[in-house]
Design a protein around this ligand. Structure first.
Ligand code: F6R
Length: 608
């Protein structure tokens, strides 16, 4: 996820571009840059770091002066945050900014190298810039050039493009990454999101996939890939600026919950090749995966809960022993690890002190280390032997939601690849699992249809002082995540318990004042969990049951039922976590808590 902007008008634009980008920093903030027409010369300034670093650099050095240009704030996907990987990319003739992922860039890069092009960055975007140059030399005209490039690139993109031969014009196109065209008086804009333009105009066009916009100071034309002009309806933004940054959602947490389908797609699709999991780009080969004696998954908090799901799934499908532990415990318990083991570290921030300490310990003890990290270039990513990046984009809400979801996605891909490498599933079975994983985003969209049920469930919990979450197997792992989410943002004490373990002590806590959230999505364990639910019901507990929409639940089992779309049991966690997140969210809202910034917490925990 990155933010792109563009301006064409009568005013000096460097400050306007930086100001517009500042409204998009929630989309990424590891580097920033602008390219501005100084006459018919494209002048670029860019740097690693935040927008403030770009402003500082321009203050000390050169601030491009001109009335049209493009800008970018980056969330690294291909290539570390660095000056050279920052956008805009291009040459004296063409410059571009890009949000998205070009999935076939390796093949395109090889083609361009063969044609004599040299590359200086590790980005997928530079491939698009060079491909534009290649076709511009043939077509000599922007729209035809762009159309030729669109026919070649695969993946997601929102592009802002300038050609030195056409000063005062911006070209823009998108597919599966957002882009709007802002319509001002004697000035026009492009932007990844509405907040970037609100200070200047409230009118805009929503660009649809593969529509190409040509923008000058007093005109915007939009055509399809065959060059036919398209008439668009003008949209009018009514949001205030603050709520616009949250995309109209009341809180970042809710926005991020709703971003989960996209985050999964962006994380999973580059890791699939011919229908099979493809982690080779991260250096992970099938032979390597076959060779491990044991797998350790170590992390903290929500990331550790993703690891717990990973344990169940890897053990179930690949039949390899997996040990999951909390990093702060693991590092001090003299663990038994060695060169035959794989140690997997999961971390959204890539900076969590305890997880980093385990990484260093595991390396010292000779194990292979693999990190699953969201922040490109973070310490854990840099120091691991192998890294698989999740592509959730920046997570602003302290309570993690979409980062957990993409961690799960990688756990599944790893489990499928391990199972296949170990001969536990056939290629056909592996492809069927991958295909169902690819279908999860649409199932999650379906799950948003039960948001009001979650809101209602929250209303029945809001006055509780303490709650229990219960489940078995994968549902137990999910209960832990549900319980943590509720605790951290609503300040209601809750505990997660293995449903079958309750009667060994904890059930003595259960009264009519202690609601129970029961998670029961696994067919094999369903009847057993229902028996445990009946035990708490018999002690007066009000029960909220989270289960599949194919199940009939009678009132003697549960007081409130949240019913989920069905996928195969092993993949149910990706669906089940959504209502658990929403129940926690709405409980926090009803209690009037600070949802996005709960007390006593920080987003990145860099101390032990
Ligand atoms: C809870 C939450 C935390 C983090 C934990 C690890 O919502 O966000 O429990 O999961 O602090 O952080 P990372 O993933 O950055 O290592």
């Amino acid at each position: 996820m990155c933010g792109i902007v563009g301006y064409v008008g009568g005013k000096d634009c460097a400050d306007i571009l930086v100001d517009a980008l500042s409204k998009l920093e929630y989309r990424g903030y590891d580097s920033a840059g602008i390219a501005v027409f100084e006459g018919d010369r494209i002048v670029t300034e860019k740097t690693k770091g935040r927008l403030a670093d770009l402003t500082e650099k321009m203050k000390k050095g050169h601030k491009p002066s001109g009335t049209s240009g493009i800008g970018h704030t980056r969330w690294a996907t291909h290539g570390e945050p660095s000056d050279v990987n920052s956008h805009p990319h291009g040459n004296a003739k063409i410059s571009i900014v890009h949000n998205g992922i070009i999935e076939n860039y390796i093949r395109l890069k090889a083609f361009l190298i063969d044609k004599g092009y040299e590359f200086e960055s590790q980005t997928d975007t530079e491939t698009v810039a060079k491909l534009l140059d290649y076709y511009y030399n043939i077509e000599k005209e922007p729209i035809k050039t762009i159309t030729r490039v669109l026919a070649e690139i695969e993946g997601s993109y929102a592009l802002g493009i300038v050609f030195a031969d056409y000063p005062g014009k911006i070209y823009s196109v998108r597919k599966d990454s957002p882009l709007i065209v802002g319509l001002g008086e004697g000035e026009n804009f492009i932007a990844s999101d509405v907040p970037a333009i609100l200070k200047y105009t409230r009118d805009y066009y929503l660009l649809e996939c593969d529509e190409i916009a040509t923008i000058t100071s007093d005109n915007v034309t939009i055509c399809d890939i065959h060059g036919s002009e398209i008439k668009k309806e003008v949209q009018h933004a009514t949001w205030d600026i603050e709520s616009a940054e949250k995309g109209g959602y009341a809180h970042f947490m809710l926005k991020e919950i709703h971003e989960q389908p996209t985050a999964i797609k962006t994380t999973v699709s580059p890791r699939i090749m011919d229908g099979m999991p493809f982690l080779e780009e991260c250096g992970i080969t099938l032979d390597m995966l076959k060779s491990y004696r044991k797998i350790y998954i170590v992390a903290c908090g929500t990331a550790m809960h993703a690891g717990l799901v990973g344990k169940y799934v890897i053990e179930e499908l690949a039949r390899i022993e997996v040990v999951v532990d909390i990093a702060s415990e693991f590092r001090y318990r003299n663990p038994i690890i060695g060169s035959e083991d794989l140690v997997v570290l999961i971390s959204q921030s890539g900076e969590t002190a305890d997880t980093k300490a385990v990484l260093r310990l595991a390396k010292d003890m000779g194990a292979t280390t693999l990190s699953i990290v969201n922040v490109k270039g973070s310490s854990i990513a840099r120091e691991s032997d192998f890294v698989v990046y999740t592509h959730a984009g920046p997570e602003i809400s302290v309570a993690s939601t979409k980062a957990y979801m993409v961690q799960l996605s990688i756990m599944y891909l790893l489990a499928f690849e391990l199972a296949y490498a170990n001969g536990k599933i056939t290629e056909e079975e592996c492809k069927a699992l991958v295909s169902e994983l690819e279908n999860i985003p649409s199932k999650i969209e379906e799950t948003f249809g039960i948001e009001s049920d979650c809101q209602y469930a929250a209303s029945t919990l809001v006055n509780a002082e303490s709650l229990l979450y219960i489940g078995r197997g994968l549902d137990y792992a999910l209960s832990m995540e549900g319980s943590l989410k509720l605790k951290e943002i609503s300040y209601i004490h809750s505990e997660s318990y293995a449903a079958g373990e309750l009667k060994h002590g904890t059930i003595s806590l259960v009264t009519e004042d202690m609601p129970v959230i029961a998670v029961a999505t696994q067919d094999r364990l369903f009847d057993k969990t229902v028996s445990n639910i009946k035990e708490v019901k018999a002690r007066g507990a009000k029960v909220v049951m989270v289960t599949k929409n194919t199940v009939d639940v009678t009132s003697d089992v549960a007081d409130v039922v949240v019913k989920l779309p069905v996928v195969r049991d092993v993949l149910m966690p990706m669906i089940t976590v959504v209502p658990l997140q929403l129940i926690a969210y709405y409980t926090s809202v009803l209690k009037g808590c600070d949802v996005d910034k709960p007390r006593n917490l920080a987003k990145s925990v860099t101390v032990e």
